[in-house]
Design a binder for this molecule. Structure first.
Ligand code: GLN
Ligand code: ZN
Length: 757
């Protein structure tokens, strides 16, 4: 029995790499100092894994920014605009990642995309027609040699050629097919180099194989690997997949002469059906992903053992592995000082997962696995999980009926009632919720946390901010106001802290992109609302003005998608519990006199399954009803808004309409407004506020520019359904540009109203 790790986090247990890199950006440390920090981290990570007797320890999983970017540099896929800047290799890497503005010119960064169904983002390589794919860097080889110098034999890891080409953007006339030959030759050379360095295995990551593939893509996959597996220079090749199952090409994978095949048995719904039902080819090793690389709960050894036995019965030689790179979980529980031991023992971050692999190695090699000490201790632990049930929550969820998910009367009737109630002008103006979180706001919050100011002082400070914000909105003439969200650090953490069933870490950081990390809260038990979460602030803000004040909440799906979810109950059950908690808040806001309530679903799209066939059954069929449950109890005259931070929902347009909100605002300024035609064609009934300007940049949009956007919108959207608002919340912006931008927004809306009437 051997064990394998697909990849290890690299940002540092205390985010050392983040801080060093940011210092380097600010020119506070030299390149040599940054390189030294990186080297120390790599060493610590390898040694940790070696100490857990991991047999297949990855190298080249380190990155200063992103592995796809590193691979683009390795393969000489660098757009001409960066080559021209004449920067050092490290600065070229950072310029590709973040753009460059300086004495050597002004170059735009590569675009960044979500890495499959995770919250990690990769940089999209740009392949220009004249790209000459060949080995152009030494990173993977140097890191392999670096580990070996420490006495640690590693398995180098690289994104595979198929996934690389599939995720790349082709800038000119050429397409993936035009680069197959060149990329095959490059990988063959990489094999030869590693063989020369004395490597035994290489891991090629091909997560694209778990997505829906067209027949010509499967052919390309086969073509590439038929070629390169014929020239592997004596190296053993591990094809590593993760984040799902390989249902489109399982047979092809087994037929190709791979030496190892890595399959995800945690997230791969069909993986067992695909690989446990027939004899496994004797020429390969099965790397079975059994330790969850994406979530942070302890492994259930009983479950793992039963899958292992099923796989063993196929005759396969098995290596037990993580289900994906551990990049997606925090480092260690060792630095958590506030979590009770009783809670901690149910969790496993990256380091603790190494411990699980080590224990599984002993258990699975034993003659009587169930009799081992490790197995028994784990069984006892897992059986305790049930204690986290909250009877009242369970009963409440069990009593829900179909009708609890349906708001009455139907949309059209509500729309009439609400138009009469609010008497808003055509093209009503509003914002998405937050106002600039300036330094004074962050300082006051931090001082309140450290008890340097009293809660009352902090609240007074917030009341002052809210009052200023309300006066400003009134002064410039916005129609529907917000309180500014000054009390919130983050749209999920704030609510998580107010909910029972949630826990928080101090150092549980996970890399999102580059030096940016997030600290997702953990759903640990049944969720319910301890006390009203936002009512005090919204009611105070409403008391200052006669204009409608929007209540501001985060929706259940976004809260769940940005947390580490439970594994002992379904996502649907968790979503329902969170929805009930938000529902309580919605009803309390309504009772407190709030007439418009916005329930943000910024992350609704993020956990859409990778395969279209799974979209409804596995996600939308419970996610959309969970949202409806939050607002189905309000009176017809109460207006429900929702907000999404993107505009790619052409493919789920019906489901978005079925959320049955009264108004939806979404990102539109950066996209080409192409969604508008789709809304029109689908007779989208929800009123819409496509963002009229991009809040991600400090640029102030001119009145004429906003007017032009509104005219385009009016060509597709009935005037009585159109709202006017920015793209997203304003919390990352400064005050001066926010004020000018909003003044222009109101001026533009007024001008267009005059044109219409
Ligand atoms: N209401 C939130 C805000 O304005 C929405 C944030 C978001 O969509 N990410 O900040
Ligand atoms: Zn947003």
């Amino acid at each position: 029995m051997r064990t394998s790790v697909i990849g290890y986090p690299r940002i540092g247990a205390l985010r050392e790499l983040k801080f060093a890199t940011e210092k380097y950006f600010r020119k506070e440390i030299t390149e040599a100092e940054l390189l030294a920090t990186a080297k120390n981290l790599r060493r610590a990570h390898w040694e940790k894994q070696a100490a857990s007797a991991i047999d297949f320890i990855p190298s080249n999983d380190f990155s200063f920014y992103d592995a796809m970017l590193d691979t683009a540099l390795l393969l000489n896929v660098v757009p001409a605009r960066y080559r021209a800047a004449g920067l050092s290799p490290l600065d070229t890497l950072f310029a590709l990642a973040r753009g460059y503005q300086g004495e050597r010119g002004d170059v735009k960064a590569l675009s960044m995309k979500k890495w499959f169904n995770t919250n990690y983002h990769y940089l999209v390589p740009e392949i220009e027609d004249d790209a000459e794919i060949k080995i152009a860097a030494r990173k993977p080889f140097d890191e392999f040699a670096e580990a070996r110098a420490l006495g640690i034999a590693t398995k180098p890891v690289l994104p595979g050629p198929f996934t690389f080409l599939k995720l790349a953007r082709f800038i000119g006339k050429k397409t993936a097919a035009d680069f197959v030959s060149a990329i095959c030759a490059a990988y063959e050379n990489i094999f030869a180099e590693f063989a020369g360095l004395g490597a035994e295995w290489i891991q090629l990551d091909e997560p694209s194989l778990v997505t829906d593939l067209a027949p010509e893509e499967i052919s390309r996959f086969k073509e590439i690997y038929t070629r390169i597996l014929a020239k592997k220079s004596g190296l053993k090749i591990l094809l590593q997949t993760y984040f799902g199952d390989v249902r489109d090409c399982a047979g092809d994978i087994l037929a190709l002469p791979f030496d190892g095949v890595g399959i995800d048995f945690v997230e791969g719904k069909l993986s067992l059906d695909l690989f446990a039902k027939k004899p496994f080819p004797q020429d390969k090793i099965l790397f079975a992903g059994l330790v969850n690389g994406k979530n942070i709960h302890r492994n259930d050894y009983g479950k793992t053992l039963s899958i292992f036995r099923e796989l063993k019965a196929t005759g396969a030689q098995i290596v037990v592995s993580t289900s994906c790179s551990l990049l997606h979980v925090p480092y260690t529980l060792a630095n958590e000082t506030k979590l009770p031991e009783d809670t901690k023992k149910h969790l496993a971050f990256a380091e603790e997962k190494l411990g699980e692999l080590a224990e599984l190695k002993r258990i699975l090699a034993a003659d009587l696995p169930e009799e081992t000490r490790e197995f028994k201790a784990n069984a006892a632990l897992i059986s305790e999980t049930g204690a986290r049930a909250d009877k009242a929550v369970r009963e409440r969820a069990a009593k829900l009926r179909e009708s609890d998910f349906v708001r009455l009367p139907a949309f059209a009737e509500r729309e009439k009632i609400q138009h009469e109630r609010f008497g808003l002008p055509l093209l009503p103006t509003t914002t998405i919720g937050s106002f600039p979180q300036t330094r004074d706001v962050r300082e006051a919050r931090s001082r309140a946390r450290k008890n340097e100011i009293s809660q009352e002082e902090y609240k007074n400070f917030l009341r002052g901010k809210i009052e200023r914000c309300v006066r400003f909105q009134e002064k410039i003439g916005l129609d529907v106001l917000v309180h500014g969200e000054y009390e919130r650090n983050d749209m999920v953490e704030y609510f998580g802290e107010c909910l029972d069933g949630y826990i928080f870490t101090e150092k549980g950081w996970v890399q999102s992109y580059g030096t940016r990390c997030v600290k997702p809260p953990i759903v640990h038990g049944d969720v319910s609302r301890k006390k009203p979460m936002t009512v005090e602030w919204s009611a105070f803000a409403q008391s200052l003005t006669s204009k409608p004040m929007k209540g501001m909440l985060t929706g259940p799906i976004t809260i769940l998608n940005w947390s580490f979810p439970r594994e002992d109950i379904s996502l649907k059950e968790s979503a329902t519990q969170i929805a009930l908690a938000i529902r309580d808040e919605v009803l309390d806001l309504e009772k407190a006199g709030i007439k418009i309530i916005q329930i943000d679903e910024a992350a609704l799209r993020e956990k859409l399954p990778l395969r279209k066939a799974d979209w409804h059954k596995e996600y939308l069929d419970w996610a959309i009803p969970a949202f409806r449950l939050t607002h189905s109890g309000v009176a017809p005259q109460t207006q429900i808004h929702t907000h999404m931070c993107y505009s790619e929902f052409a493919d789920i347009i019906r489901e978005i309409d079925a959320m049955d909100a009264d108004v939806i605002t979404f990102e539109a300024a950066r996209s080409d407004l192409s969604l508008l035609a789709v809304l029109n064609a689908n007779h989208f009934r929800t009123e819409v506020g496509p963002g009229v300007y991009d809040i991600h940049s400090p640029r102030v949009p001119a009145v004429e520019e906003i007017k032009a956007a509104l005219r385009k919108m009016l060509a597709q959207i009935p005037q009585e359904k159109l709202w006017v608002n920015p793209d997203c919340g304003l919390k990352t912006r400064g005050e001066p540009e926010t004020e000018s931008s909003l003044e222009n927004l109101v001026a533009a809306a007024r001008a267009i109203r005059d044109e219409i009437c």
